[in-house]
Ligand binder design. Structure first.
Ligand code: NAP
Length: 262
């Protein structure tokens, strides 16, 4: 029987993860299947245990369970501890990891070939929490976190020396190399209120939402900024999870190209 993995969340039906992992498995000759598990909102731990008891080897965790997964783990990686959220579970050992940050950084450096020093991070939810440490490790000299609920940005910033927090009304009047939209605003066709003066041809505007041009990306494109959605991050974080589980690093470019239909 193939080794079993899955994405667990609520909802999960929309996910591209099964097709990404199926491509990775085919390309690397790994015998595994990857499915979807929708857990009831009050039944995450029990659903994980049922999957494990049925022979499941590993899980990717998505909304709204990443923080609960962190609390469930016997042992976590440094990057999961910084994020206080777990995205990849190894069920045999109870180990938890967070692969969002490395996913974003690899997309920026390897797929988009973009070098940056200063970063404005919009949002302070699970996705933002997962990427601050990786942005700093990748060489960011300045990271400012802006969020609608400022207290969440402040709580996140204080975990990292030198990182600061602000509201959208009090954004510092300076240019950033990279603006990452880690809010879910784009899912509802909304945008965090970033003044157009921040969006110039010297900026990469990156939206973690994928598969559509969000209002944030549309405004950035109109202002002459380079833009990217979050599909590359999705594929890169999946590749890192695959490596954590199987010890094999799949090639991401062909999978990304296939998903983009190019
Ligand atoms: P989350 O924990 O629910 O956090 C949502 C964030 O968005 C919070 O900071 C929230 O601000 C902000 N927000 C929501 N609506 C807003 C609006 N209308 N205006 C301004 N801010 C708004 O969600 P998450 O897990 O961080 O995920 C965020 C997004 O990233 C989702 O769209 C998700 O699909 C995407 N994502 C993509 C990848 C990838 O691989 N590409 C990976 C992870 C996540 P408040 O704190 O004020 O509520």
């Amino acid at each position: 029987m193939s080794d079993r993995y899955a994405l667990i969340g609520n909802p999960v039906a929309h996910s591209k993860s099964p097709s990404i992992h199926a491509e990775f498995a085919r390309a690397t000759g790994q015998d595994l299947e990857y499915g979807l598990v929708e857990a009831p909102l009050d039944g995450f731990a029990a659903t994980v245990e049922r999957f494990r008891a049925g022979g499941g080897k590993g899980l990717n965790v998505t909304l709204p369970f990443k923080q609960e997964a962190f609390r469930l783990c016997a042992r976590v990686s440094e990057r999961a501890r910084h994020a206080q959220a777990v995205k990849t579970l190894v069920l045999e050992t109870g180990f938890g990891d967070n692969t969002d940050g490395i996913g974003l950084v690899r997309d920026l450096s390897q797929n988009l070939n973009y070098r940056f020093r200063t970063v404005l991070l919009l949002g302070a939810g699970g996705a933002a929490q997962g990427v601050v440490g990786a942005l700093l490790e990748a060489g960011a000299t300045k990271v400012v976190i802006a969020n609608r609920t400022v207290s969440r940005a402040e709580e996140l910033a204080q975990r990292f020396p030198g990182v600061s927090a602000c509201s959208y009304e009090s954004l510092p009047e300076e240019a950033f190399d990279l603006i990452v939209n880690a809010t879910s605003a784009g899912l509802g066709d909304e945008t965090p209120p970033v003044p157009s003066s921040f969006l110039s041809s010297k900026v990469l505007a990156y939206d973690m939402v994928y598969g559509r041009e969000t209002p944030f990306l549309a405004a950035a494109r109109r202002a002459g900024a380079r833009t990217s959605d979050g599909l590359g991050m999705l594929v890169e974080q999946a590749a890192e999870a695959f490596f954590v589980w199987r010890g094999v690093r799949p090639e991401t470019r062909p999978v990304l190209a296939k998903l983009r239909g190019s």
